[in-house]
Design a protein around this ligand. Structure first.
Ligand code: CP
Length: 301
């Protein structure tokens, strides 16, 4: 891997290779403390973040690298004065060996990559992609389930603007006998282009209107927050809330996933249930991002 712009670039083989590396790093992080010695990574976030930015910063430091950070690029970089993204990248690529970037534009990573001399790592671009999140999501499902083939996945919440779901669908589509079910308010249904994409991969997408319509033997309930920062107006709060009562209508294998932050989508009475995986996702995110950084900056294959 020599950059990470979106999930389209993965094959099943390259994805599994990266997840295998993440597993090795998670098992023995002490073996990887010198990997980024003498490397400087620019971490540039034009949108708010807790997990992605902090886990990238932790990953860089745990791999022995150094970093330069713009934590609120929209207000605290020269973007505020009107500098273009392209010019900003042409500056940062003189200082850093790679650029980790989050931006509100759907095409930001591709635009940055077009002018950058160093690898771009997409940490979230508008409503289009969040590839590092999708990688930690499939890593979590794989670790729990043992295989991604045959996964019965339910996606919930904001399927229209939620970039994590859009990226996850691309990765899960690499596997055999996958089934995908959607449950959302009508304002936030999955756009047709993603339904067509799943169809082109031979994956049936079933739109559901209640928790009861989801299969009882679902493997993963992947909930997401309504992305209110991406549209005008107020469509209210999430209606399909996973609480202990709802979760107990599914089997013991039904893992509950969420990229976080959550609003009201998952009740706190689920947090202690062994099927709640959202804080495991958080932990896995750091190891997956360590694997991404090593793969791009050290292995480069
Ligand atoms: N999941 C995720 O992207 O969280 P942050 O916005 O906190 O980085």
């Amino acid at each position: 891997m020599n950059k990470l712009l979106d999930c389209k670039e993965f094959t099943k083989e390259s994805l599994m290779e990266l997840l295998e590396l993440a597993s090795k790093i998670k098992a023995n992080p002490e073996n990887y403390t010198e990997e980024l010695k003498n490397k400087v990574i620019a971490v540039m976030f034009f949108e708010p973040s807790t997990r992605t930015r902090m886990s990238f910063e932790a990953a860089i430091q745990r791999l022995g690298g150094k970093m330069i950070v713009t934590e609120n690029g929209k207000d605290n970089s020269s973007a505020k004065k009107g500098e273009t993204l392209e010019d900003t990248i042409r500056v940062l690529d003189k200082y850093a060996d790679a650029i980790v970037m989050r931006h509100s534009s759907d095409t930001a990573a591709i635009d940055a990559d077009r002018v950058s001399r160093v690898p771009i790592i997409n940490a979230g671009s508008g409503k289009s992609e969040h590839p590092t999140q999708a990688l930690l999501d499939v890593f979590t499902i794989l670790n729990r389930r043992g295989s991604l083939d045959g996964t019965k996945l339910a996606i919930l919440g904001d399927l229209k603007y939620g970039r994590t779901t859009h990226s996850l669908l691309q990765l899960i589509s690499l596997f055999d006998n996958v089934e995908v079910y959607g449950l959302s308010k009508k304002e936030f249904m999955l756009p047709q282009e993603y339904i067509d994409f799943l169809s082109s991969k031979g994956i049936k997408y079933t739109i559901c209107n209640s928790f009861e319509e989801l299969p009882r033997d679902i493997d993963a309930l992947y909930h997401t927050r309504i992305q209110s920062e991406r549209f005008e107006g107020d469509f209210g709060k999430e209606e399909y809330i996973i609480d202990k009562k709802v979760l107990d209508t599914f089997t013991d294998k039904a893992m509950v996933l969420h990229p976080l932050p959550r609003m009201n989508e998952i009740a706190t009475d689920v947090d202690d249930d062994p099927r709640a995986m959202y804080f495991t996702q958080v932990e896995n995110g750091m190891y997956v991002r360590m694997a991404i950084l090593k793969s791009i900056l050290v292995d480069n294959k």
